[in-house]
Design a protein around this ligand. Structure first.
Ligand code: RET
Length: 251
């Protein structure tokens, strides 16, 4: 038998809603950035680019681009009847990985500048992050039943641990060294980021990974995470920056 896992009405509607939300947020962040002097605008600029990228990516997905059908053969082993197989055809929204490849490095740059990480740590964290996203893309299109798919996933998870190490260990130490006030803000916003980001590989595992979650449920799950990880993260960072001189960047 063939099982088709395609986007439905709820998924399409959600993609359009998030496209509109990200577009409005892009305009709001751009407007906020013009209200501060250029010397204090770096977090604003980075955060605005993150929102514009998300808006463009959601436009692609809402209009049916950046998506490909991938087939997986699932074997049902049973003691009583001969082996049967199901051909699972699933739409994979690869536009997300293009978005993530651009926006997650920028989110890490926001956090790195906040902590005052040095160039070596920033470079290693960002490269590990790009490795995580691109190997995650290969995992999504990998073949089930061979080491390929979950092998790529394992590589991506190792790269993610490298990212966490740079930010959580080195970033935290740097932020604490700058000032206790900055240290506690960094702990809060980096902790929030860690929890949200860790939800992505979990959603991936049941969606593109094992294909148990419907495409619509996947769209909704990522929609919630994307809103929390981009506009909500951004507003928290920018409002705090406006009120806490310790967050200033020496750059
Ligand atoms: C994948 C699958 C492979 C294993 C890992 C992943 C991690 C993805 C992350 C994505 C974060 C996205 C964000 C988007 C912005 O809105 C690629 C899902 C570890 C951490 C924050």
């Amino acid at each position: 038998p063939i099982e088709k896992q395609f986007v439905g009405d709820d998924g399409k509607k959600t993609l359009w809603v998030i496209f509109v939300a990200m577009t409005i947020a892009s305009a709001a962040f751009a407007a906020m950035s013009w209200r501060v002097p250029v010397q204090r605008r770096l977090y604003h600029v980075i955060t605005t680019i993150i929102l514009i990228t998300a808006s463009i990516s959601y436009f692609a997905m809402a209009t049916g681009q950046g998506v490909s059908v991938h087939t997986t053969i699932v074997r049902h082993q049973n003691d009583h009847v001969p082996d049967t197989t199901t051909e699972v055809q699933r739409q994979i929204f690869w536009a997300r990985y293009v978005d993530w490849a651009l926006t997650t490095p920028l989110l890490l740059l926001d956090l790195s500048l906040l902590a005052g990480l040095n160039g070596a740590h920033i470079t290693m964290a960002i490269v590990a992050d790009v490795v995580m996203i691109l190997t995650g893309l290969f995992a999504a299109f990998g073949t089930e039943g061979t080491p390929q798919k979950w092998g790529w996933y394992t590589i991506a998870c190792i790269a993610y641990l490298v990212v966490i190490w740079h930010l959580a260990v080195n970033g935290r130490a740097q932020a604490n060294a700058k000032s206790p006030k900055l240290g506690s803000f960094f702990l809060a916003i980096a902790g929030y980021t860690l929890i949200l980001w860790t939800a992505y590989p979990i959603v991936w595992g049941v969606a593109d990974g094992s294909r148990k979650l419907s495409v619509d449920a996947e769209i909704i799950a990522y929609a919630v995470l994307d809103v929390l990880a981009k506009p909500v993260f951004g507003i928290w960072l920018l409002v705090t920056h406006a009120n806490m001189p310790e967050t200033n960047i020496d750059l």
